[in-house]
Design a protein around this ligand. Structure first.
Ligand code: DAH
Length: 345
């Protein structure tokens, strides 16, 4: 306790105020409080002095000390606010996020290559007036086989190993039963539909065969539909998807639901027709089974085969995709290993 403080309380107070104004952080603020306003601070010491003064000086001196104490207390409360704001600003600056920093890339999803391929095929056929038509994965045996001209004992049923769900219901072994659904919706009017979808066969899973795969079926029915329409449609498709100089070749074949039946080939996309391992040195790749819709099938769909004719085709999506990209194991499509899938994004 300096003698000076006792003599000039006001001078002391104004110096303490000046000191307080310079305080900028919590630690300095606490130190200031200890020095001036705490029980061990100057104000307390001044108060203790009052009793040792001559009685007539006690009251005026006490009043001066009280005034100084109140001034310092008020100033302290104000400075406390100032310091709190400063500390807050510092904290905000310290914890600030740099929004200009480039972020880590998030992994993005993409379409499965088969989905993308089907969409591409759909786009091309939609542009030619073929409407996308969905049909069920679970079918009656009747639609999957019988109405497509494959009666129970028909030998063509052996071509397709079937998952039976019940005595009379199967997982569709091909997209062709969708033809019946589409014809029953549109008959006797003309129709042009494309039927993409997943099919199922009770096959041993090997690099060459899966128990599930995708087909895209096409069907066009009308009074003037001819085999040359089939060739034209397939050629237009091949040129858009496989290259503008593509060619189409139709070879005679057999399917119970078409007559005549053909298999459609395109020029080998890898060797351009020169002959290579992929096309087994023929220069051609098979892309679809096709034909003129069998009169019995037209009738089953609700049409009069003496009035309209139809063309139909069906292609295996995985098979074609594998040929185009040199993939040797069909199982990759269903294992969802991202290292495989990412290559086609
Ligand atoms: N449904 C046949 C299959 O799965 C493919 C097929 C061949 C579909 C000829 C057709 C067609 O529409 O006309 O092997």
């Amino acid at each position: 306790m300096s003698a000076e403080a006792t003599q000039d309380v006001e001078a002391y107070a104004s110096r303490a105020l000046a000191e307080l104004e310079a305080v900028r952080d919590q630690k300095a603020l606490e130190a200031w409080y200890r020095a001036h306003l705490s029980p061990s601070g100057t104000i307390t010491t001044l108060r203790k002095r009052i009793g040792s003064l001559p009685p007539e000086e006690r009251k005026p001196f006490g009043a001066r000390v009280n005034t100084a104490a109140n001034t310092l207390k008020d100033a302290f409360e104000r400075q406390k606010q100032v310091v709190e704001n400063l500390e807050l600003e510092r904290a905000i600056r310290r914890e600030a996020v740099d929004v200009t920093l480039p972020s880590r890339p998030l992994p993005t999803g993409g379409l499965h290559p088969i989905t993308a391929a089907i969409r591409e095929i759909e786009r091309v056929f939609n542009a030619m007036g073929f409407e996308t038509f969905e049909s069920p994965h679970a079918e009656l045996d009747e639609l999957n086989f019988e109405l497509l001209n494959m009666p129970p004992a028909h030998p063509a049923r052996d071509m397709q190993d079937t998952f039976y769900i019940s005595e009379c219901a199967v997982l569709r072994t091909h997209t062709s039963p969708g033809q019946i659904h589409a014809m029953r919706k549109y008959a006797p009017g003309p129709l042009r539909v494309i039927l993409p979808g997943r099919c199922y066969r009770h096959e041993q899973v090997t690099p060459r065969s899966e128990m599930q795969f995708h087909q895209v079926e096409g069907l066009m029915v009308g009074p003037r539909v001819r085999l040359s329409d089939l060739k034209g449609v397939l050629l237009a498709f091949a040129r858009q998807v496989f290259g503008k100089n593509q060619q189409i070749r139709l070879r005679g074949s057999y399917f119970p639901f078409t007559e005549p039946s053909v298999e459609a080939d395109i020029r080998c996309t890898l060797c351009g027709g020169e002959g290579c391992r992929v096309c087994k040195h023929t220069g051609w790749l098979e892309i679809a089974g096709a034909g003129l819709v069998h009169p019995t099938v037209l009738r089953n769909g609700g049409y009069d085969p003496s009035v309209v004719r139809g063309i139909a085709f069906g292609m295996g999506v995985e098979r074609a995709f594998m040929l185009l990209h040199g993939i040797t194991d069909i199982r990759h499509f269903f294992q969802n290993d991202l290292r495989f899938l990412r290559q086609f994004r």
